[in-house]
Design a protein around this ligand. Structure first.
Ligand SMILES: O=c1ccn([C@@H]2O[C@H](COP(=O)(O)O)[C@@H](O)[C@H]2O)c(=O)[nH]1
Length: 609
């Protein structure tokens, strides 16, 4: 773990159930390879994971079992270790490749920008020599300008110990926000292609392995499942998914399951399968059994599951990887303190709007204080930001260089349409917030396609007030509780602390660590800040009188990432503008991340005791 990481907290653990074939799974790590430096339950780093995977493989192999590692993408964007370097990610790929990963795939974040996908193609794909699969992604090779597969479409291999014959694919969901140097073919079309149809005709397969940056409950995985089942009515299929940032386990039928292993290096997913056929034995006679566990990413859990004490757990290689992370963090000055947060600010743990909600802070304080375009002096504005632009909570205490990118990693700036009737501008927000039904999302159950809200909310349509003695509507009691006791801890069981409590198709015994629940409240797709016109201090009284209390026309400002949604929302709101011709950059060079950082430096001075 990193030197500044908190010690893991001992907590009651559930044991793993090992099988013939076992997997460790990461997804949506988003650069968090240093682990969580303010949260003990997720404080292990990528170096610890290297040691853990090696020890688990040794343990499996000593018992004649196999262990494979899978990663399902979105390894980039979301943490200072990736986003704060120029160019971005110069340290990350060398650290990532220190782990032996047997099958990996691309996420959408690897494809938003040209330089990210090219780095993937020229560095990460070769780093993982044949293990990186891209069943539905092509890229324009920057050396030849030809459109080529990002990586091999599939691979077949046999496990070392058991001789299990595996046919593996690597998919991305039907993503449409990629930069134009890549092509993401819809999954529904890919599975009709000749190469896929030929591949699944193979009869000498003991397990189909579908890894992908695809929610495990999605139409994409449903069609892949059905297509394989059309040809193989009972061959076991294991899916690994991602993108939704949640822990989840889905049963497609009695021989096909899917696992999603959370986000941000909080979770190492574990799957075991028993009763598979093998190269020697041929087709299985027994029905396979599947088991899943979500391991909290900390050394207490790792030592327990590897069945080792600390002196025998750590490996020189793992410790070197931890040092690589430490050196990169130092080179990037990630521990520099820019200010001190006077309180915790939560994305979804408290209701929106409220005093401790990060979006309320953004719309009431940061944006009104910071967002100004000199050329629009004297014109009020309404500024719209998608809630998905904010990626993490702020904890009370030091706000570091790392925190800056953890909460706001993206390079998005602002654009605007000038002189919009205020009523119309306000209607645009209402339309954006009436998603997922109005815009972009076409089918019920398709909420994971909603690009505006935070990923964790995509699969949820209700608040989950998870503590034991209050109800969702009871906000007063909830606020009181927040101030009285550590959030959600149960007084009668002091070593049960707040964390993941997952209910999935396997029941509610999937989390390795027994936690008490954390409440989650829904937030809107977008928030809106009211920006008052800039007034000179000398003649402000005069000018204030000149500005009507409720001006008729405002600048409609929006974070540039949501432009395609603004275009649609404008149509529904009666705003007849051509965004291509009539929108312009607002506050040139003003990126959301920089506005937040400048505000923190000015407003959250650290008071040294
Ligand atoms: O430039 C960007 C890129 C992304 N977002 C937000 O992030 C999600 C996608 O993140 P996942 O981790 O893949 O879920 C996207 O839908 C936006 O909400 C952004 O705001 N700006």
């Amino acid at each position: 773990a990193q030197p500044s990481a908190p010690q893991p907290i001992p907590a009651p653990l559930r044991d793993l159930q090992w099988g013939q074939l076992n997997f460790l799974h990461t997804t949506d790590t988003h650069g968090w390879l240093a682990g969580h430096l303010q949260e003990p339950f997720y404080s292990a780093d990528w170096g610890d994971y290297v040691s853990f995977a090696t020890r688990m493989r040794e343990k499996a192999e000593s018992e004649g079992r196999d262990l494979l590692l899978v990663d399902t993408g979105d390894r980039v964007e979301g943490n200072g270790l990736y986003d704060s370097s120029r160019p971005q990610g110069i340290y990350l790929s060398d650290i990532l490749k220190q782990q032996h990963i047997d099958v990996l795939s691309s996420g959408n974040h690897e494809l938003y920008k040209q330089n990210t996908s090219e780095a993937e193609f020229l560095t990460t794909v070769p780093n993982f020599r044949g293990n990186y699969l891209a069943s539905n992604i092509d890229i324009i090779d920057p050396r030849t300008q030809e459109l080529v597969p990002l990586a091999p479409r599939f691979k077949k291999f046999t496990t070392q110990k058991q001789g299990i014959r595996i046919l593996a694919f690597g998919f991305l969901f039907d993503f449409t926000g990629n930069y134009k140097n890549t092509v993401v073919q819809p999954v529904e079309e890919t599975i009709k292609e000749e190469w896929f149809q030929e591949a699944i005709q193979d009869r000498d397969v003991d397990l189909f392995l579908v890894v992908g940056h695809v929610p495990v409950r999605s139409k994409e995985y449903t069609v892949i499942f059905k297509e394989i089942r059309n040809v193989h009515w009972d061959t076991p299929i294991q899916f690994f998914g991602g993108h939704a940032h949640i822990r989840d386990y889905v049963k497609y039928d009695s021989k096909a399951y899917g696992l999603a292993s959370g986000r941000f290096m909080e979770t190492i997913g574990f799957i075991s399968i028993d009763g598979l056929g093998t190269e020697k034995a041929g087709v299985a006679v027994a029905a396979p059994t599947f088991s899943r566990t979500y391991i909290d990413n900390n050394l207490f859990s790792f030592l327990h599951h590897a069945d080792l004490d600390e002196s025998r757990f750590h490996m020189e290689h793992g410790q070197n990887v931890s040092r690589m992370i430490e050196d990169a963090r130092k080179a990037l000055h990630l521990d520099i303190v820019h200010g001190c947060a006077p309180k915790d600010l939560w994305m979804t743990r408290v209701p929106y709007p409220s005093d401790k909600n990060i979006y309320s802070w953004l719309e009431n304080e940061v944006l009104p204080d910071s967002l100004r375009d000199k050329s629009r002096h004297g014109t009020p504005a309404l500024a719209i930001v998608n809630t998905g632009a904010i990626r993490f909570d702020i904890f009370k205490g030091p706000f570091t260089q790392d925190t800056t990118f953890i909460i706001s990693p993206f390079t998005n700036g602002f654009r605007y349409i000038k002189d919009v009737p205020r009523e119309t501008a306000e209607r645009v927000l209402d339309v954006l917030n009436s998603q997922p039904r109005v815009l972009a999302v076409t089918q019920p159950g398709d909420d994971y396609r909603n690009e505006l809200a935070p990923p964790i909310q995509r699969n949820r349509d209700h608040d989950m007030i998870a503590t034991y003695n209050f109800v969702p509507e009871d906000k007063i009691k909830f606020e009181a509780l927040l101030h009285q006791v550590p959030l959600s801890s149960e007084p009668s069981r002091p070593n049960i602390l707040p964390g993941y409590m997952t209910r999935d198709d396997g029941g509610d015994d999937g989390d390795d660590t027994i936690h008490s629940p954390i409440p989650t409240f829904r937030v809107p797709n977008c928030i809106q800040a009211s920006i008052q016109p800039d007034l000179d201090s000398t003649d402000s009284d005069v000018k204030r009188e000149a500005v009507p209390a409720e001006p008729e026309k405002v600048d409609l400002v929006y974070v540039d990432f949501i432009e395609r949604h603004m275009i649609e929302a404008a149509k529904f709101s009666g705003l007849d503008v051509d965004f291509k011709k009539e929108s312009a950059v607002y506050m040139p060079g003003g990126r959301l991340t920089d506005l937040i950082l400048t505000w923190v430096k000015e407003n959250w001075k650290c008071v040294h005791e």
